[in-house]
Design a protein around this ligand. Structure first.
Ligand SMILES: Cc1cc2nc3c(=O)[nH]c(=O)nc-3n(C[C@H](O)[C@H](O)[C@H](O)COP(=O)(O)OP(=O)(O)OC[C@H]3O[C@@H](n4cnc5c(N)ncnc54)[C@H](O)[C@@H]3O)c2cc1C
Length: 460
């Protein structure tokens, strides 16, 4: 594989009449923690959100958390791993992390349900769950997020018959604005449960969750490079044929790759794999050098991609969903009615390639089953989700501004954790239970302690 990457580098260099360009290495974005007075700044993963809260707290126990909320003044915003791109966390009040309130605390071998503390990172619960004979039903494409954060924004993986992560939840416990514990489930406090399943930390601080899991399972993950038009021709059928199916389109190449997961009992193992982070750096290099020659860019990248072999990885489910994403980006993702997804994607490609030669990140396309959760973007409909990305050091605004109207035209709903420009009126029109959510939220938090400026603009 290294040889092929050198070949790509040489091809780009030859096309420009210069020597092979050294492939760029990722410049680690080191967060400089500076104390300004007594304040410890906060920023999210991509750097799109920042603030200087009065306090950043990480209580070690439930009692400490309750005491913190009962005795503090002003806005309180829960944070998970800070991987959302939208302004959900920033506040000049208090940011509370549950990083120290994590782990699998309880499990039931008959129902295959487990109680998990909300501060647990997804990547840290796979092994403990396997040890007690359970596994998450599905996972997103990274496993850095905290469970509370995933539920907060309706985080999803891919799978036409599988819902977003909040659909796995059977009971939620959270600390409300008075510091009191609230427990809710479909049979107890049902309206609060409906609101709490996807609530962006606007009802309180979630402490523990009972999740429906399944018995541990092994997955066969197969990645195949194909022409974009060939992928589109089979995509809807492939989504129905595989347990999990998604694909990526690489702009200015005419090529993409599909990624399918299915149950298997084959032995654990893997073929040689491309390093996805190096791949993105290659695309950036090609963009840097060939931006003004799109035909040349397509010829070189497309030729290279046609040489790539299929990859197969057989692994325990929880090790086979996530990839490492080291090249930072900003992202916009909309969830569209499934039947409009392909038409929307064709338009996205057309606008991208005719107006935005500066873009090099692939477009990601996934499927998620509909549900009945009040603020789930999958409420009442099966979806195809389309995500566009821009390198974290580059201005995402012009690109996202060109693409968002396409998503809106097809009645898409934005991912709660990913960049979008919708305000309350537009969102209310997309969510039939919007006012029910606001009513339940206001009853639990009449003083708006869990609202920052962004959430206040949505829910008051
Ligand atoms: C590289 C990358 C890959 C991603 N891949 C996917 C993907 O495959 N699928 C997908 O759907 N999304 C994906 N996302 C988006 C991400 O999953 C969501 O934004 C998720 O919410 C982030 O989780 P977090 O733990 O970082 O939460 P944060 O971003 O810290 O918080 C998210 C929300 O949850 C609330 N919250 C956090 N903890 C609690 C708590 N204990 N109680 C109450 N509220 C709480 C916060 O207040 C906030 O409103 C990705 C993001 C990145 C950066």
């Amino acid at each position: 594989m290294l040889k092929r990457r050198n070949l790509l580098s040489a091809m780009v260099g030859t096309a420009l009449g210069v020597g092979a360009n050294p492939l760029l290495t990722f410049a680690q974005d080191v967060t400089t923690i500076q104390r300004t007075g007594r304040k410890l700044p906060w920023r999210n993963w991509s750097g799109s959100q920042r603030c200087e809260p009065d306090a950043r707290k990480a209580p070690a126990t439930l009692a400490e958390l309750q005491e913190l909320i009962a005795s503090s003044q002003g806005t309180v915003r829960p944070v998970g791993a800070g991987h959302s791109f939208t302004a959900l966390v920033p506040t000049d009040g208090t940011i509370v992390s549950l990083a120290r309130i994590s782990g699998v605390v309880d499990h039931d071998p008959d129902t295959l349900q487990a109680t998990i503390l909300a501060g647990s990172r997804l990547g840290d619960i796979g092994q403990p769950l396997e040890d007690v004979g359970q596994a998450l039903i599905n996972m997103p494409d990274i496993d850095e997020q905290a469970l509370g954060g995933c539920l907060g924004t309706a985080t999803h993986g891919t799978g036409a018959t599988i819902g977003c992560m909040p659909t796995f939840v059977r009971e939620i416990e959270f600390v409300d604005a008075r510091g009191e514990l609230v427990t809710c489930s479909p049979n107890n406090n049902a309206e609060v449960f409906q609101a709490a399943q996807v609530s962006m930390g606007s009802l309180g601080v979630m402490t523990r969750v009972r999740l429906q899991n399944q018995a541990p399972y092994r997955m066969r993950r197969e990645t195949k490079w194909m022409a974009f038009d060939d992928i589109l021709a089979i995509a809807q059928d492939e989504a129905d044929r595989h347990r999990n199916f998604e694909f990526y389109y690489v702009p200015f190449t005419g090529m993409g790759f599909t990624d399918a997961h299915d149950y298997t009992d084959e032995p654990i193992g893997s073929t040689e794999k491309i390093d996805g982070n190096e791949g993105v750096q290659d695309l950036k290099t090609a963009r840097d050098l060939l931006q003004d020659w799109p035909k040349m860019r397509e010829f070189i990248l497309g030729t290279y991609m046609r040489t790539l072999d299929d990859e197969v990885t057989i692994e325990s489910s929880w090790k086979n969903y996530a990839s490492e994403r080291n090249v930072r980006f900003n992202e916009m993702e909309y969830h569209l009615p499934r039947e409009h997804g392909i038409a929307a994607l064709r338009e996205v490609r057309e606008v991208l390639e005719s107006r935005h030669r500066e873009v090099f990140f692939p477009i990601e396309v996934r499927w998620v089953a509909g549900d009945d959760i009040w603020l789930s973007p999958f409420h009442g409909r099966d979806t195809m989700s389309i995500a566009v990305h821009r390198y974290f050091e580059e201005d995402f605004t012009p690109y996202f501004k060109s693409i968002e109207p396409i998503f809106r035209k097809y009645n898409g709903r934005p991912h709660w954790g990913k960049l979008n420009t919708l305000g309350q009126d537009e969102l209310r029109a997309l969510y039939p239970r919007w006012d029910d959510f606001k009513r339940v939220r206001a009853a639990l938090d009449p003083g708006g302690r869990f609202l920052n400026d962004y959430l206040r603009s949505l829910f008051t």
